[in-house]
Design a protein around this ligand. Sequence first.
Ligand SMILES: Nc1ncnc2c1ncn2[C@@H]1O[C@H](COP(=O)(O)OP(=O)(O)OP(=O)(O)O)[C@@H](O)[C@H]1O
Ligand SMILES: [Mg+2]
Length: 235
Amino acid sequence: MKTLNITNMPEIPFDVQEAVNQLRINLGFTGESIKVIMVTSSTPNEGKSFVAMQLWKNFANVGSKVVLIDADIRNSEMRDRYGFEAQGGLMGIEHYLSGKMGVNDALYSTNIRNGYLVPVSTNVIDPTTLLESSRFEQLIKGCRDQFDTVIVDTPPLASVADALNIAKYCDGSLLVVASNATPRKVINEVMGSLKRTEKPLLGIVLNRADTSRKSFGYGYYYRYGSYGNYGQYGK
Ligand SMILES: Nc1ncnc2c1ncn2[C@@H]1O[C@H](COP(=O)(O)OP(=O)(O)OP(=O)(O)O)[C@@H](O)[C@H]1O
Ligand SMILES: [Mg+2]
């Protein structure tokens, strides 16, 4: 297996780390059958990739062998944001899905112990057929067998159908909602779509919540963009 170096992993404030920790613990209560978790949102920019990455790191830190599959093949920003570096150049999920290489060439171990990645190396304008191919199903199946936890980062639901296709192969989803930004109507519509996938909504992550008023002195975190409550519902 090839190795990928994450050269720019940002340090997050303690209260955000703690919220992610709680999220991971709560997910543990959803049962042993929940292993492949899709992270999605209604609209762009609500924090899916941020939550997926931090959750991945948190699982890895507690010794869970975890893989993060970047399935936002249209619009992935992870490689630049986190500074992915791989010897011999980065090859991604799109190479595997289009049949150019085997699954083990798209799967990287990383400098985060227990943390593995299937990155996107070049964005693809229309990946729908790639995501509907049996190769995607095989990728999830292979990861399910090899890892304790599989996290799948996806595009927003209200824009394209990709996430609904991806949901078929996952055990449940986490819906990231940007606090004070996403209209309730949009959230309800998206929850309706998720319900039709017949996979449980494992929880809603209220992201960028202003927790600064909760306790004196935490105003700094508001500027950073705090990560707020986690409400669990469904199965
Ligand atoms: N809780 C948070 N605290 C700090 N920064 C955050 C938080 N949530 C998101 N961000 C930042 O906001 C920006 C957008 O977040 P992110 O890329 O995770 O959203 P996304 O939902 O994955 O977007 P897209 O729909 O484009 O995939 C990023 O720069 C990310 O680091
Ligand atoms: Mg994203």
